[in-house]
Ligand binder design. Sequence first.
Ligand SMILES: Cc1cc2nc3c(=O)[nH]c(=O)nc-3n(C[C@H](O)[C@H](O)[C@H](O)COP(=O)(O)OP(=O)(O)OC[C@H]3O[C@@H](n4cnc5c(N)ncnc54)[C@H](O)[C@@H]3O)c2cc1C
Length: 490
Amino acid sequence: MNKHSVLIVGAGLAGLFLALKLAPRRCVVLSQAPVGQASASSWAQGGLAAALAPGDNAALHADDTVKAGAGLVDPAVARLIADEGPARVLDLIALGVPFDRTPDGALAQSLEAAHSRPRVVRVSGDLAGRAIMDALTSAARAAPHIEIIENKRARALLRDVNGRVCGVLCDGGETFEADEVVLATGGVGGLYAVTTNPVEAMGQGFAMAARIGALIADPEFVQFHPTAIDIGRDPAPLATEALRGEGAHIVNGAGDAFVSDLAARDVVARAIHIERQAGRGAFLDAREAMGAHFPDAFPTVFAACMSAGLDPRTAPIPIAPAAHYHMGGIATDVWGRTSIEGLWAVGECASTGAHGANRLASNSLLEAVVFAGRIAARLRDDAPQSPRAPEPTTAPPSLADQPRAELRKLMEAHAGVVRDGAGLGQALARVHALSEIHGQANALVASQLILSAAFARTESRGAHFRSDYPDDHAPHRTFIAAGRDVAAAS
Ligand SMILES: Cc1cc2nc3c(=O)[nH]c(=O)nc-3n(C[C@H](O)[C@H](O)[C@H](O)COP(=O)(O)OP(=O)(O)OC[C@H]3O[C@@H](n4cnc5c(N)ncnc54)[C@H](O)[C@@H]3O)c2cc1C
């Protein structure tokens, strides 16, 4: 048994930034893989959105965030992340993140889809995630108040006799007790056959919280990135949106444009899905826009293409939509508190109300650092809590390779870019059957939440498109606790 003050589950940007901000309060960070691996943060290509340029401001940024979210963004949360973003960028610079600069030394700002201003800070073109994670990993490893424990996977949350969360149960039955537990476990893309996420990102924290009845918000809203590189790799490498910001165009196999290049992500993803389904193919043509500069400007994308024998300087890049980001997740308040005492959530596994039905590009790294900063402030300043001893808990089974592969195909086919009631119903029945056969694995619990909310939302909104209900109704969020709808709020 291990007993700690603050236990952070997950060592991506959200978990590490929170750990650093907690100083001097001591914390332990658990990671299912070595730090930097199995983390979407390391793969972020575009960068982090923050209103730092002359002529830009937090109100404009919040406005773009609200518009992108298709009626479901909480405007107060949009404003909060826009307001606090610039200070968190300065924190990252102080931690050593080498954001790109203009020749006169100002932070360079790039334009991404659905932003009304250039406001994304990047590193060496498409290396933002890697550079941010390298800086944070070094700082966290050197910080005396942080203990990092790698290759330790949490499977279930522990609670005391009062229902307060007081630790986690890991693989092999090992337990970690703590006064406060923060889930920072990332997204759900690994539940899909085609994803840009690490395949390990199967909504484990999201499912662990749901199992103990934590309020879950908007699980049906999964964002599909329109331009994953279609070279048969799992996960699919990404061609960042910034390429289109720099003038690359989306075309079909005949070279014809069929969608506005900088339209919202859901619009572009659906157009590409339809073009591919119709057999016309979809490509990102960066030949004219990038030409010989490609390797220097977007080294990650260039290397991914070349690894498949495709030179993007001379050939268009084949593209497909891929599960990319979970707008839904564990519902939190503006301080990152969940509905269960002692449990906090931050980063992609949380649903703060910032993203609504469609996340604005580069707002997820922003939300992760802003909410990590807010949770750290509460955990540093509030009176410390002392939970009682944990009640006995059993770990859910983990899903073997074969049913996991079946689940990923099922989610791809029925909970993807275009959904309908018949397909969602069929997928729900199969997930139920898989749970009967293999037990209620976290991946099955997470899938069931996404499918059932998608089935119940009989409209199309943002990233959730129902071919049988193509129109939208009055905006409402989905809230689920202990497997049941508890509210639908405007
Ligand atoms: C290819 C790609 C490009 C992207 N580009 C951008 C971008 O340019 N800008 C932007 O804003 N967003 C971008 N995103 C989204 C963004 O990267 C993520 O939303 C964000 O990094 C999530 O951070 P996180 O810390 O919440 O999760 P992650 O970075 O995924 O970290 C999750 C951590 O939790 C650990 N973990 C998970 N489950 C367990 C468990 N059960 N026990 C122990 N540890 C566990 C993982 O090992 C990992 O350490 C991109 C995403 C991808 C995939």
